[in-house]
Design a protein around this ligand. Sequence first.
Ligand SMILES: Cc1cc2nc3c(=O)[nH]c(=O)nc-3n(C[C@H](O)[C@H](O)[C@H](O)COP(=O)(O)OP(=O)(O)OC[C@H]3O[C@@H](n4cnc5c(N)ncnc54)[C@H](O)[C@@H]3O)c2cc1C
Length: 304
Amino acid sequence: TIRTRPASRFQDKYNQPLITVWWWRLQQILASQLPPENIHLNYRCLGFEQNEHCVSIHFDCQEPITADLLIGADGINSVIREVLIGDGKPRYLGSMSWRTVIKCHQELLKAGELGFVKGDQEFMYLLNVGDGYISWLYRRLSPDFTLSQNAAEVKSRVLEHIADWGKPLRDLVEATAAEQILEGPICDRVPLKSWSQGRVTLLGDAAHPMAPALGQGANSTFEDAYELAWCFSQASNIQEALSNYEARRIPRTTIIQNRSALGEMRYYSQEQEADSQKMEEQSQMSSEEYTDWAFNYQPLEFRI
Ligand SMILES: Cc1cc2nc3c(=O)[nH]c(=O)nc-3n(C[C@H](O)[C@H](O)[C@H](O)COP(=O)(O)OP(=O)(O)OC[C@H]3O[C@@H](n4cnc5c(N)ncnc54)[C@H](O)[C@@H]3O)c2cc1C
C-alpha cells in the first residue's frame, strides 16, 4: 500500500502548519539564536552530585562545572536520568529502524507530501524535508535487535528486506551511502511519576522517551522547554518552578507515551481496525479526540 497525505490538512483543521524539518537543520536554527560562547561542544556528561547550594556536573576529559540548576536533556539513554532515577536501559518495543536524509532527485513525493508504504510487518515513511533532500525511514518488526557489524551490513540488511519492493524505493536505498544510514532499535520507557530532585530535572526524551508512532517526541520536547521556562518566570525558587513543571508536564506526557506505545504495535498489526478500537478503549479517547487534544494544546491556558 502506498499512501500520501497532504500536509495542508493540519493547517485546515488546527490552523497550524505541519512542519517537516531535518533535525540537524532545526538544531542549526536553534543554535543560531544563541551567543556562540553559550554552546560548549565535546562535553560528555558522566554524572553529577548536588547539595542544597549547588550541583556539580562531571564530564569526560573536562573540568567539572558547578551550577544552580541542571536540566538533563540528554536523550533516551540519559546519564542524568540514570543518576536521578536509575531505571536502567530503555524498553525494546520489538521493531528496528533504519533512517537517513539524502539529497536526491525523486518523483515519488510532491512538495509538502508525506509518503507511507506498508508491507507485511514492515513499512517505510518518505518525507520531503526541502532543498532537494528526502528522508526515508524503514521500519520492521524484529524480535532480534542486534546491530549490524558495519555500515555495509546495515545497507545490505535494508536492501535484503525490501528486495521484492518497487524499483523506485529500492533505488532510493541503493542511492544512499551506507555510512549515512542510521540503524537502531525502537524503544521507550515506562512513564515516571516524578523526574526532578533538588536542583536537577529532566526534559524531552530523557524524561519521557516514547515510541515514534505518533510523531510527538520532538513536539513534546519543545512543549517541555517552553513550559519549564514559563515555570521559572513565575516561581520564586527552583523547587517551586520544578514542582510546577512536573505538575504541568507529567500528566500530559504520560498520556502521549502510553498512546504512542499502543500506536506502535498497531503499525504492524494485520487487524488494524480491531487494534484501533482496543487502543481507543484503553486510552478512553478516539483517534480524532486524541489528535484534537494533542494539537489544540495551549500551554499557558492549561491550569494545574
Ligand atoms: C525512528 C524515529 C523517528 C522519530 N520521528 C519523530 C517525528 O516524526 N516527530 C517527532 O516529534 N519526534 C520523532 N522522533 C522522536 C524525536 O527524535 C525525539 O523525541 C527528540 O529527538 C527528543 O529530543 P531530545 O533533545 O530530548 O533528545 P535527543 O534529540 O536525543 O538529543 C539528546 C542530545 O543529548 C546529547 N547527549 C547524549 N548523552 C550525552 C551525555 N552523556 N553528555 C552530553 N550530551 C549528551 C546527544 O548527543 C544529543 O545531542 C523519532 C524518533 C525515532 C527514533
